[in-house]
Design a protein. Structure first.
Ligand code: PLP
Length: 360
């Protein structure tokens, strides 16, 4: 044993988060990064003005209680302010949830494959992740997830639409699931992509939250609202949970610019809705073109599509990279491609056609 300071051994087991890489330049081609589910639109002028004027006050600490943002969210969601807890992105809020709920070795059940931050956040808190495989059609297996709950389970994560497969759980499925889950287990519904969904069978998470004190809804300003670079997300939960989530937040974590940009984005909801509708239409166009080519992809309710390529995953990603298109490969499971600029979608459609012709 050395007597040098040693980080906790659990860090050795931490799965690495592979951030979407910047696109590699290819001579003569515009590079596109469609690997991180970012919003391709630049900030709205009104939001940018708010951020610029907030920047003139950045010698001051932000409001530690996120008062104005929670007030705006309270109006937007029609829930009391004390049901809301903010954090530096919903990944950080998820960290607050696990820290608030789990002692070492407590269990957190989640679907797999799902958001790759889940096992990282859970492991960091010294809790134990219990991954439950998706069904053959790339959806949450809620009945297997209910069966995976033990006396040590404190939290279940339901990601809908699921990252990276784009599938949703239905309202009926989630209601049946909630009837089976013990009331002492917190069910987190991660709705990072909810704004892109149009499926009428998708859950009304806010209604489920009102009916079930053990439900917590997680949302973000990073995707539909286009504020990924500012880091702000929130949870909505009944007061005993929401209080705990505010206690486990980094003090003054959500910065001044992020708080004001989020409020300003809620005020610009109509303008942002137009952009979201355009992205949804673009997703539908991509899905239709790929279906036409013979691809059978799971129907996406998010701002990305999922190619379940299995062992061909690295190869498809490499071909995209050669065409200056950065997609997101996941081991030997599949490739996720974000709906971004129409030019990027056109290139994806072309690559997919060539690939399909060579592989069928
Ligand atoms: C992108 C994403 C988030 C949000 O991340 P932020 O930390 O808010 O940027 C949360 N959950 C899922 C499933 C995501 O894909």
């Amino acid at each position: 044993m050395s007597d040098a300071p040693e980080p906790r051994p659990l860090l050795d087991d931490l799965p690495a988060y592979k951030p979407g890489l910047p696109p590699a330049p290819v001579p003569g081609m515009t590079a596109y990064k469609i690997s991180s589910n970012e919003n391709p639109y630049p900030p709205l002028p009104s939001v940018l003005d708010t951020v610029r004027s907030a920047a003139e006050r950045m010698n001051r600490y932000p409001d530690a209680s996120n008062g104005a943002l929670r007030q705006a969210l309270s109006r937007f969601l029609d829930v009391p302010e004390d049901w809301i807890a903010c954090g530096t992105g919903s990944v950080a809020v998820l960290g607050q949830i696990i820290t608030a709920m789990c002692d070492p070795d407590d269990e957190v059940v989640f679907a797999w494959r799902s958001f790759e931050a889940y096992p990282i956040v859970v492991t960091l808190a010294a809790a134990k992740g219990v991954p439950v495989p998706l069904t053959a059609d790339h959806r949450h297996d809620l009945s297997a997830m209910a069966a995976a709950i033990t006396p040590r389970t404190k939290v279940v994560l339901v990601c809908t639409p699921n990252n990276p497969t784009g599938t949703v759980v239905t309202d009926a499925e989630l209601r049946m699931f909630l009837d089976r889950v013990p009331r002492r287990v917190l069910v987190v519904i991660d709705e990072a992509y909810v704004e892109f969904g149009a499926d009428p069978t998708a859950p009304d998470a806010m209604e489920l939250l009102r009916e079930h004190p053990n439900v917590c809804v997680l949302r973000t300003f990073s995707k539909a609202y286009g504020l990924a670079g500012l880091r702000v997300g929130y949870a909505v939960a009944h007061p005993p949970i929401a209080v705990a989530l505010r206690m486990t937040a980094t003090p003054f974590g959500v910065n001044l610019l992020a708080q004001e940009a989020a409020v300003s984005s809620l005020e610009a909801g109509d303008e942002l809705d137009v952009r979201v509708k355009d992205l949804v239409a673009e997703r539908d166009r991509v899905e239709a073109a790929l279906a036409e080519q013979g691809w059978r992809l799971p129907p996406s309710q998010a701002n990305f599509v999922w190619f379940p390529l299995g062992a061909d995953t690295p190869d498809f990603a490499r071909v995209c990279e050669e065409q200056a298109l950065t997609v997101r490969p996941y081991d030997h499971d599949g490739v996720r491609a974000t709906i971004g600029e129409p030019e990027a979608s056109d290139r994806l459609i072309e690559i997919a056609a060539t690939w399909r012709a060579a592989h069928s």
